[in-house]
Ligand binder design. Structure first.
Ligand code: RAM
Length: 892
């Protein structure tokens, strides 16, 4: 058995190439069975050696060696002392820094010689090329590249790397990501060509619900620098500079929202290789753009992660065929059969079929105030065939949210071999799994996993089509679930930088990050920012990342944003009153300075059956909800401050949170435990955010159950309270009701989605009506946060607040709902946690796996508590507690 540490990692990356952090953090896994690390030693080939450090830390240990410089490749190893023995040195791991300083950039920005023009959403991509000679053999080559737009690079005709939609999406005003590629294998002595396809992307293409364009600039641009290291240690540097050539080619239009169009007759074949005649091309223009905001990404890139074979291809008529991929995805198709020269094929991507069996995109069209007709849905690709054998259409400057594609104009009958669904998203590492004896519940879990995958496109989006926007509220409420399912640490940390960059001077957190520049200046929408439950993402997301990964730096970095957000809320609460409250109570009561009852709030959002009256909606008094978030976020800020050693601020926020709690009770809680408003959501929040005193919790929970029963055992929550609904029921002694809601199969419910054929989670509870008609997005993960109940309650893997990264955790399965078995696993920073139980012959059999360096408290239904260390443990519980969990009708 090995005594060496394993799975060495730098920051939250599997592949730490082009790092921009000068004090990177190191993590490793302890050898199997290790109970406790007592010391470690890290040594690196740049002279850094920690010596023996007495410490149990094995995750995110900060670098403390000689200052790192640009393009430095460092090999490092770790050795651990554990359980009384000195381990072996680990296998070496490597990280490499990128171009850290502006001065490292010897290249210049270039723009196409002719700025690609056209209506926004309809502009061509540009081909750029540069031919250069390499005199001496190359032992190592790195390409550093970024763009204003999206780019795809080629070296000598070969695709560079596997990142898609590079450089990714950030708040370009402050930050632009640079990709680093190891291109050693692509280089040759003699003539070489660097070719790039450059399209509008987020930078100047259509963006968001309102379809703004040219938001960061009106000319796409490219910045690239190639460093070649020769055998004798000398370096050749080649980059974007005068001498590059540009032309428009086969990509006649490319846009993230609208889609992509190719005319393969216009493809200058061989353009990215040597020996191509570019004399008809024009010179690219150098352009003096800034360098100050160039960074590496803390997240893995967007990639092509999976391919799907259609489950069916059906011809509707002479003109139209419908392809069904059996799964709602984010990505594109690859079409291998393009027909004779001049054939024009149109591909319309949608999530659902209409009554005639044709693809519909009606549900994805944004309705703008003051416009009689909704905007077009976009998501349409087109290709004109050149009739050249081997040609393939694969649009890579757009992605679509779709399960179905209508293929128009293809003269031949397509087979499933001719068209492939390509799943494209941030290549997050999967870390969470769940399945159980109820197949529909397992399917629901899979649908949630897909909705997360489909909405991780360099930023967490609300949906992969209609808006593709980084709505703060959505990520806030989903991030705990996401962090169980995938490693979203770097992905979220990256996005939080956009949230910080987008914060207004008055502390307002934007609805959406990266925010579209100018959006907050547009009167129509500016006042919509700063909503409770959305802006609170600034506090909740860093806290949840700390819990799941033990990352304190992400909280430290977010701290100024947190403070400014809470200051803004504090000011609003102290100085403003809702007109309705002022009317009924002309003299403000003393507790009102802690009530946040003004400003615009999205509210609970998309409550089943709720009709939104657009005129009244913005004026509603949301004091109960907003004050609840105010209490919750200040409490979390107190905890964050405590971890960061900001003791005064910790005291301040703790005390403030208590005042807000008291004010909330005065205003919204009766002596008898009655809450105003008397909604499910308000009761859920009151319990989840610990707003009611202990002696009234039972009464509040009992009323919540009454409300659920009054709705014939249906939920009545929208976006914000849904994640907490089942957990609070289970925590207050009503796990049976939680299970009934989970397994409810009449609307509104989660299983209605599955029963009606959903493979992703709908935005609206009634996303597809009983008659089969789709409305709104069918791919919003928000309501999918319910699967957290499966992880934390059904399988019972619970992460306490005081043991970040699952250093210690609880396993407390709550069998119920007629389930006969459940099985969950989570790949934690310390290793794999498992909880699997089954009911056999009147007994509960539980198998628990505890990773090295951690402990788990196992709580059985009988109430028996046991603390266990690393390894796999089996338990049998013969308590009758769960014996009444007889299967409900129609369920296993
Ligand atoms: C919708 C978005 C998002 C939600 C906002 C309030 O337009 O899709 O999910 O956060 O509204």
């Amino acid at each position: 058995m090995t005594t060496a540490a394993l799975k060495l990692r730098v920051e939250h990356l599997d592949d730490a190439l082009g790092l921009h952090v000068t004090e990177p953090r190191f993590s490793w896994r302890l050898p199997a069975g290790t109970a406790e690390q007592t010391a470690y030693r890290i040594r690196a080939d740049n002279g850094w050696d920690t010596g023996r450090v007495e410490s149990a830390e094995s995750t995110l240990v900060p670098y403390d060696g000689p200052p790192l410089h640009s393009r430095q490749r460092v090999e490092w190893q770790v050795k651990v002392w554990a359980d009384g023995t000195e381990g072996d040195w680990s296998a070496p791991a490597v990280f490499e820094t990128g171009l850290l300083d502006t001065a490292d950039w010897r290249s210049e920005w270039i723009t196409p010689g002719e700025n690609p023009v056209g209506a926004p959403g309809n502009r061509p991509a540009t081909l750029l090329r540069y031919e250069f000679g390499v005199a001496a053999p190359v032992v190592s080559a790195r390409l550093y590249a970024t763009a204003h737009g999206v780019y795809e690079g080629f070296l000598n005709g070969e695709r560079v790397g596997d990142a898609e939609l590079a450089p990714g999406f950030t708040q370009y005003r402050t930050t632009l990501q640079v990709q680093t590629y190891d291109v050693t294998a692509n280089m040759r002595q003699g003539s070489n060509v660097l070719g790039v396809i450059l399209a509008d992307g987020w930078y100047r293409g259509l963006i968001g619900y309102f379809r703004f364009a040219d938001q960061w600039g009106d000319r796409p641009a490219l910045l690239a620098q190639l460093h070649l290291t020769h055998a004798d240690g000398t370096e050749t540097v080649v980059g974007t500079a005068p001498g590059w050539r540009s032309a428009q080619g086969h990509v006649v239009a490319a846009d993230l929202i609208e889609g992509e169009r190719w005319d393969l007759r216009r493809l200058p074949r061989g353009w990215s290789g040597t020996g191509f005649d570019d004399s008809t091309w024009v010179a690219a223009t150098t352009d003096p753009r800034g360098f100050r905001e160039l960074v590496g990404s803390p997240a893995p890139p967007v990639r092509r992660v999976q391919e799907l074979v259609p489950v069916s291809v059906r011809r509707l008529d002479e003109h139209r065929q419908v392809v069904d991929f059996g799964q709602n995805i984010n990505g594109w198709i690859r079409l291998d059969r393009l027909g004779p020269a001049g054939t024009k094929i149109r591909l319309v991507h949608g999530e659902w079929l209409d009554a005639s069996g044709d693809v519909t995109t009606e549900n994805l069209r944004p309705m703008l105030p003051g416009r009689p007709e909704p905007l077009a849905a976009g998501q349409i690709d087109e290709v004109v065939s050149a009739g050249t054998p081997g040609d393939v259409f694969e649009p890579r400057r757009t992605t679509h949210g779709f399960q179905y594609v209508r293929v128009e104009g293809h003269p031949e009958d397509l087979t499933p071999q001719d068209i492939t669904g390509v799943v494209v998203h941030t290549d997050l590492r999967r870390t969470g799994w769940f399945s159980c004896s109820d197949e529909q519940i397992t399917k629901l879990h899979e649908a949630v996993v897909w909705s997360l995958r489909d909405n991780a496109c360099d930023i967490p989006t609300d949906c992969p089509h209609r808006e593709r926007a980084g709505w703060t509220g959505d990520w806030q409420l989903f991030v705990p679930t996401a962090a169980f399912l995938f490693d979203v640490a770097g992905f979220s940390a990256k996005w939080l930088r956009d949230v910080a960059a987008d914060q207004w001077p008055d502390g307002t957190v934007a609805n959406i990050s990266p925010a579209v520049p100018g959006e907050h200046l547009i009167e129509e929408v500016a006042w919509l920012n700063g909503s409770a439950g959305w802006g609170d993402a600034a506090v909740i997301v860093p806290w949840e990342l700390y819990r799941a990964y033990g990352d304190t730096r992400v909280m430290a970095e977010a701290w100024p944003t947190i403070v400014r957000w809470l200051d803004r809320v504090e000011r609003a609460a102290r100085t403003k009153r809702h007109p309705d409250r002022a009317a009924t109570r002309p003299e403000p009561a003393s507790h009102e300075k802690y009530l946040w009852d003004t400003g615009f709030h999205w509210g609970e959002w998309l409550v089943p059956g709720e009709d939104i009256d657009l005129a009244a909606f913005p004026k509603l008094d949301r004091g109960d909800l907003a004050t609840a978030f105010y209490a919750h976020s200040t409490r979390l800020a107190g905890r964050i401050a405590e971890v960061l050693g900001r003791d005064d601020e910790a005291r301040h926020y703790r005390a403030l949170s208590e005042e807000i709690r008291a004010a909330w009770r005065t205003e919204y809680l009766g002596d008898d435990g009655r809450l105003t408003p008397d909604t499910q959501a308000n009761h859920v929040r009151a319990l989840a955010f610990d707003l009611v005193p202990d002696d009234l919790r039972d009464a509040v929970a009992a009323r919540l159950v009454e409300l659920v029963r009054a709705a014939d055992t249906h939920l009545g929550t929208g976006f914000l309270a849904t994640p907490y609904l089942l957990p609070v029921l289970a925590d207050t002694g009503h796990p049976d009701v939680a299970y009934e809601l989970l397994q409810q199969d009449t609307a509104p419910s989660w299983l209605v989605m599955i029963d009606r054929g959903a493979t992703t989670v709908w935005e609206d509870w009634n996303g597809v009506s009983a008659s089969g008609e789709a409305s709104q997005s069918l791919n919003h993960y928000s309501k999918g946060a319910v699967v957290s109940f499966l992880h934390r309650y059904v399988a019972g893997i619970e992460l306490p607040d005081d043991a970040p990264g699952y250093r210690h955790f609880r396993i407390q399965p709550r069998p119920g709902g007629g389930l006969t078995w459940a099985d969950a696993a989570h790949e934690s920073p310390y290793g794999r946690i498992e909880s699997a139980w089954s009911l056999e012959g009147g007994e509960l059999h539980l198998r628990v796996t505890v990773p090295p360096g951690t402990t788990a408290t196992v709580i059985l239904p009988s109430g028996r508590h046991e603390t266990r260390g690393p390894g796999t443990h089996r338990f049998v519980d013969t308590t009758p507690a769960w014996r009444d969990c007889v299967p409900v009708a129609g369920r296993p």
